[in-house]
Design a protein. Structure first.
Length: 115
């Protein structure tokens, strides 16, 4: 069996509850795989797990930024609408009400999760 196939099998095994890397290592050793092959596979699997965890954490942060951007953008829309309806002030400082719109758009673009 090829190394890629073994890695795929054990990556799927790790997704099951109650499974961890030590059990997989012992399973490979009991199946008679050479030690250098076991080390290489375990090293690759650990690197993949770290990469997956990092991506998940980055996407969680990106989702929070994205939601914050939507909230700020909607509040900017409300402020702009109220300003145009002359409910808040009758002044020349309407640029202040566009800042949340611009900031919201920037946060929405920055917060789009990466794959």
């Amino acid at each position: 069996m090829s190394r890629a196939r073994i890695i795929d099998i054990y990556m799927a095994e790790l997704k099951k509850p109650g499974s961890h890397i030590d059990l997989i290592k012992k399973d490979m050793e009991t199946k008679g795989l050479p030690d250098d092959e076991v080390r290489a596979i375990i090293k690759y699997i650990e690197a993949q797990l770290k990469k997956d965890a990092k991506t998940k954490a980055e996407n969680s942060k990106a989702n929070k930024i994205f939601i914050s951007g939507i909230i700020i953008f909607i509040s900017g829309l409300i402020l702009s609408f109220v300003n145009y309806r002359d409910v808040i002030l009758n002044s020349h400082y309407s640029i202040i009400f566009y800042i949340p719109l611009i900031l919201g758009i920037i946060l929405i673009i920055k917060g789009i999760p990466k794959k």
